[in-house]
Write a protein that binds this ligand. Structure first.
Ligand code: H79
Length: 701
């Protein structure tokens, strides 16, 4: 379905098949390098287009809300909208140096600017656009905002990214049209639109604006990757700008996820960036009373960093090109905090990277490992100073070398107390201590020897699931801690009869039967952190089908809107109401089970069932990853192995099966209700790393 930029991450256990669902992992050969992006942690989003000039008003009526959505909110004719606003776009007050230096003072490391939003206006002189900078008086002045911004970023060492909307309310080749758009759609050619996007990316990334580090797509949800030509667009973009990071809004998973105006409760499985408005709108709004207070913005930054994400904070320059004084004031207030505390944000990692919680009653935790790897720093972001003055860090096992408050170094005063109480590390703040950041986020730096410094829920060396024969199960043991493990389902206890104690000398236990494994961390003799509990299942390989040879066949079903909401395979794809026609059914010759199965496919409302024989190269436990948008299911030898069913965006679900080498019956069901469509099946087994199940396994020459 695509519109859900899904934040889904959960665990579903079905015995004896272990299934884990998560976001879709990129399968690029060279993984994108997030080093600079993680180091920066904090960036500026700029929304700027014709809507800035309109400032939320149309023909004297203020519509408010998201002002970049004015055309839609006011149900304005796209042609009239352009005719009215293009001649008015003359933002003489735009000063790229001022914008970049405001970002830099706030402690931001990169800028992402809208080059074209849903309204369709290209903020540069394009060779192929029905609405671009060349049609405005600003161009007559010889001004080029993207060129000026790129130059200023280059001078100041700020990275630059381009936002680009695939959705276009004005381009006459874009479909679907808005309901109030009176133009005839005769002769519309979406392929021509897709080609125009290609031209735009060539212009934006081809070199006239220098190095571009991020391509931030948006508005992808009205079509799938095939209609947009996304795979080809992105391949070309990466060719033009090697190292380019691509977000997840090109109807493809991309490199990172982009929660919008929301911060996830816990770290996400892939790199992620929350984009957030500073007030009630992305585009410029005169309603300054809706600006979020600086304390909220600073705490959002710490919250996001503690969960290992990035923060892209938006500003909307006005029709004259200037940032609102309130926006500048907020950036300065954040900058004041960053002057003292940037060390706790830039280049740090989320607490989850050392398996510690990000969220505490007193605030948040970010961490930094020292370059030698043997120690590092914890940054305790104190939002609410407890009445006791004590900041408690559960499971702090490592030896503590020093404790300080950022921004107070050299000022002197009462020392900060640190004690170890049971398994806790306890920082005691002197009464009355404050610095100028106290009320926003006071950061306590705890320097430690040994890494990871915190013992929490024990982490196993092998994910729970099936195993064959026997399994050596290890656990990470934080220096200064021990891990208690039982394999018979009993509670792990210090001195317990069936409890193994893992420490420096022993770090694993052998499993030879199906085992319920439970584990707890122990620091200074005290049990701490969450319990790890999961089942490791001894499995006997399912026998191969004698005499069968590999092959695969697809059955395509085309239906009406709303007809398919489940993958075929077990559920009949009959019309869900009497008024719906029977689906059109067609057999297709295929060589594998990925989409597209043929160059021509309906965009929406179809289902595919694959049936055949797959050739498994070696005996052992095979893991399958079924990724789809919308739902899908996988059966092997008639048994359900992966259930990824239901209407949803791109989502990956993992399952396992014990398989003898040779031929096995396989069935994959898939359906597409609306929006983007994708399906892929990957596997890994004895002697083979995770890869797409190759056509050869289905008998293709
Ligand atoms: O550029 C910003 C948004 O304009 C864009 N993404 C960010 C970065 C965006 N486009 N669509 N959406 C986000 C999701 C759709 C939101 C909507 Fe609405 C809710 C459309 C209609 C209801 C916003 C709120 C517009 C009208 C009300």
């Amino acid at each position: 379905m695509g519109l859900l930029h899904s934040l889904v991450a959960g665990i579903a256990m079905g015995s004896p098949i272990a299934q884990v669902q998560g976001d879709v992992a990129p399968r690029d050969v060279t993984p994108p390098d997030f080093t600079w992006w993680r180091e920066a942690r904090f960036g500026m989003f700029i929304h700027w287009g014709l809507y800035a000039e309109a400032a939320g008003s149309w023909r004297g009526r203020f519509l408010g809300g998201w002002t970049e959505w004015l055309l839609s909110k006011g149900k304005i004719d796209p042609v009239e909208y352009q005719r009215e606003l293009l001649p008015r776009f003359d933002p003489a007050g735009f000063d790229a140096d001022a914008v970049v230096s405001a970002a830099k003072r706030a402690g931001m490391g990169y800028i992402v600017i809208t080059t074209k939003h849903h309204e369709g206006f290209c903020l540069w002189d394009s060779a192929d656009s029905p609405s671009d900078l060349a049609m405005t008086p600003f161009a007559v002045r010889g001004r080029s905002p993207l060129r000026e911004l790129a130059d200023a970023c280059q001078r100041e060492g700020i990275r630059l990214g381009f936002y680009y909307s695939l959705l276009d309310w004005h381009d006459s080749d874009y479909l679907p049209r808005r309901a109030w758009d009176a133009r005839s759609s005769a002769g519309v050619d979406y392929a021509r639109y897709s080609q125009r996007m290609r031209t735009h990316l060539e212009e934006l990334l081809g070199g006239q604006f220098g190095n571009i580090d991020i391509l931030w797509g948006d508005g992808d949800w009205e079509h799938g990757p095939q209609a947009h030509g996304s795979p080809e667009l992105l391949a070309r973009a990466r060719e033009l700008q090697p190292g380019l990071l691509v977000n997840n809004r090109w109807s493809l998973p991309g490199d990172y996820d982009t929660p919008e105006n929301t911060i996830p409760d816990a770290p996400l499985p892939r790199p992620w960036e929350t984009c957030m408005t500073m007030n009630e709108s992305w585009g410029y709004t005169p309603r300054v009373e809706t600006y979020k207070p600086a304390v909220e913005l600073v705490r959002m930054l710490a919250d996001i960093a503690s969960k290992d994400g990035n923060f892209l904070l938006n500003v909307g320059p006005d029709g004259d090109g200037r940032l609102d004084p309130v926006a500048l004031e907020r950036l300065d207030q954040i900058g004041g905090w960053m002057d003292l505390n940037a060390e706790s944000i830039r280049g740090t990692r989320g607490a989850g990277t050392i398996h510690a919680p990000a969220v505490y009653s007193w605030g948040r935790l970010t961490v930094r490992q020292s370059p030698d790897g043997d120690g590092g720093s914890l940054y305790l972001h104190v939002f609410e100073k407890p009445e006791s003055g004590e900041i408690v860090v559960p499971g702090l096992a490592a030896e503590v070398r020093g404790v300080s408050v950022l921004g107070l170094a050299g000022i002197g005063g009462e020392p900060i107390g640190f004690t170890q109480r049971g398994s806790d590390g306890v920082v005691a703040l002197p009464a009355g201590m404050h610095n100028n950041a106290t009320s926003m986020d006071m950061v306590i730096k705890v320097e430690v020897a040994g890494w990871p410094p915190i013992a929490g829920e024990p982490r196993p060396s092998v994910d729970a699931g099936l195993f064959e024969g026997s399994l050596v199960l290890g656990f990470d043991v934080a220096p200064g801690s021990e891990v208690l493990v039982t394999a018979d389902g009993s509670e792990p206890r210090v001195g317990g009869l069936t409890t193994h104690t893992l420490g420096e000398s022993q770090q694993s236990i052998p499993l030879t039967v199906t085992s319920r494994v439970r584990a707890r961390s122990v620091v200074r003799g005290v049990v701490t952190g969450e319990e790890f509990a999961d089942t490791y299942t001894l499995a006997t390989p399912w026998p191969a089908v004698a005499g069968a040879s590999p092959r695969i066949q697809a059955t395509l079903m085309e239906g009406a809107p709303g007809q398919f909401s489940h993958a075929p395979g077990t559920l009949a794809c009959a019309p869900t109401s009497a008024s719906m026609p029977a689906p059109l059914v067609r057999a297709i010759d295929v060589h594998d089970v990925s989409l597209p199965i043929e160059s021509w496919l309906p965009e929406d409302n179809f289902a595919v069932q694959f049936d055949g024989i797959v050739d498994v190269p070696a005996t052992g436990i095979w893991t399958f990853w079924l990724t789809s948008d919308d739902g899908s299911m996988l059966w092997i030898d008639g048994k359900l192995v992966v259930d990824n069913d239901g209407p949803h965006g791109a989502k990956e679900v993992r399952g396992q099966a014990p398989l003898a080498a040779g031929a096995h019956a396989i069935r994959v069901g898939f359906f597409e209700g609306g929006g983007a469509a994708m399906l892929s099946l990957e596997w890994a087994g004895p002697g083979s790393d995770r890869a797409t199940v190759p056509a050869a396994a289905f008998g293709a020459p």
